[in-house]
Design a protein around this ligand. Structure first.
Ligand code: THU
Ligand code: ZN
Length: 327
C-alpha cells in the first residue's frame, strides 16, 4: 500500500502559508474557512480535502513505524456548507501495536467530539486498511459515506469509493441486533452516577460526562449465564494539562470488537488534533470513569498512559451500576 508521502511544502505556496497558520490553532476548518479556501483557490470541496491530506499527516505521532498518515473528514451542514476535521495516526511506544490509532479513526473521533452527527466525506491518502473499513462500518449513514482518494488526473485530482465497495459482505451492528450507530444520537439516553463524595471535582465530572456520551450499544455479558452486572460498557477519560485545560475522550465500541476506540486514545488524539502545539508532557491528571461490566478500559489506559507520561498515576472510578431500564 503506497501512501502519499508528499509534504505540505509541495502544495500551492499560497495555501501552504494560510494553512500553516490554521494548524497552530487546531486541525478543524469551520464552514466559513472552507468556503474561503474554495473561493480563493477556485477548487471544489473534494479537491480541498485531498490537498489537505499532507497537512493532516503533519499531526502524526509515529515513533514506531515512522509512517505518517493523514485523513480529512467532512460533515455537511444543513445549509450545504462543510466543516472539516483533520486526523492523523498515533503510536505508543512500549504498548501493544494494537493500541495504535489510525488516521481515519482520528478524523472521525475529532468530528465526534466536536458534536457532529454524521460524516459525509472522508479523504485518505490511500484506501483505508481493513481495520479502518470495519471501524467506518459502525458509522451513522455509513452507506452514504464517500471515501475520497487522490488521483493523478489534473482536472479532478480525486476519485471516490463507497464503503460498500471497499467492504463487501460486511459484518456489523445489525448482526448483533443493534440499531444504534457511532455519531448518531443514542436511542436511549444514559444517566451515569458516581458516588457522592467524588461529585465536585471538575476533571472527574468531565470524565463522567464523556463516559455518558460514549458509544456503547452492545450489552456486555448475558446475565442469565454470568449472573453479573449486565450493562453497557460506558467509559470516558478526562485529561488536565498544566494550563488547566481539560480534554475528554470516549469509548467507541465496534461490533467486531477489535477496532473499538479506547477513551484515552480518543482523548489524546482529540488533544493533538485540536491543540497541535500542546505537548503530552503538560498533562498533570488522567481520570478514567467506567461502568462496572465484564470488560474494562483500565489496563489499556494504564498501558498508554505509561507510554506518554510514565510518572503519572491513573485516577480510576467506577460508576454506580445503572439501574434496570436506565441503560
Ligand atoms: N495506518 C493508518 O493510519 N491508516 C491505515 O489505514 C493504514 C495504517 C497507520 C497505522 C500505523 O501507525 C502506521 O500507519 C503503520 O501501519
Ligand atoms: Zn487503518
Amino acid at each position: 500500500m503506497e501512501k502519499d508521502r508528499s509534504t505540505a511544502q509541495e502544495f500551492p505556496r499560497k495555501m501552504g502559508h494560510q494553512l500553516g497558520g490554521i494548524l497552530q490553532s487546531g486541525g478543524r476548518l469551520s464552514a466559513q474557512q472552507v468556503c474561503d479556501y474554495m473561493t480563493s483557490l477556485e477548487i471544489d470541496l473534494e479537491t480541498l480535502m485531498v490537498m489537505m491530506l499532507p497537512f493532516a499527516a503533519e499531526l502524526s505521532i509515529a515513533p514506531i513505524s515512522h509512517f505518517s498518515v493523514g485523513a480529512v473528514a467532512a460533515s455537511i451542514n444543513q445549509d450545504g456548507s462543510a466543516t472539516l476535521y483533520l486526523g492523523a495516526n498515533m503510536e505508543f511506544q512500549k504498548s501493544p501495536l494494537s493500541s495504535s490509532l489510525h488516521a481515519e479513526q482520528a478524523a472521525i473521533n475529532h468530528a465526534w467530539l466536536h458534536g457532529e452527527s454524521s460524516i459525509d466525506f472522508l479523504a485518505t491518502s490511500a484506501a483505508p486498511c481493513g481495520y479502518c473499513r470495519q471501524f467506518l462500518n459502525e458509522l451513522h449513514r455509513s452507506e452514504q459515506l464517500q471515501i475520497l482518494l487522490p488521483s493523478d488526473n489534473e482536472e479532478q485530482p480525486w476519485t471516490t469509493e463507497t464503503l460498500g465497495s471497499l467492504l463487501p459482505n460486511a459484518f456489523g451492528p445489525l448482526h448483533l441486533g443493534v440499531k444504534d450507530r457511532l455519531l448518531a444520537p443514542p436511542s436511549s439516553p444514559c444517566h451515569l452516577q458516581l458516588h457522592h463524595s467524588q461529585s465536585n471535582d471538575p476533571v472527574i465530572q468531565s470524565a463522567l460526562q464523556a463516559a455518558s456520551l460514549s458509544y456503547a450499544p452492545y450489552v456486555i455479558g448475558a446475565s442469565s449465564i454470568t449472573n453479573k452486572t449486565c450493562s453497557p460498557a460506558y467509559a470516558g477519560v478526562a485529561l488536565q494539562t498544566e494550563d488547566g485545560e481539560i480534554y475528554c475522550g470516549r469509548h467507541a465500541m465496534n461490533a467486531a470488537h477489535n477496532p473499538s476506540l479506547s477513551p484515552l486514545q480518543s482523548a489524546l488524539s482529540f488533544m493533538k488534533m485540536s491543540h497541535p502545539s500542546t505537548s503530552f508532557q503538560t498533562i498533570t491528571r488522567c481520570v478514567l470513569v467506567e461502568t462496572p461490566t465484564l470488560v474494562s478500559q483500565k489496563q489499556i489506559t494504564e498501558s498508554i498512559l505509561s507510554s506518554i507520561a510514565p510518572e503519572l498515576g491513573l485516577e480510576y472510578y467506577l460508576t454506580d451500576s445503572p439501574s434496570e431500564g436506565e441503560k
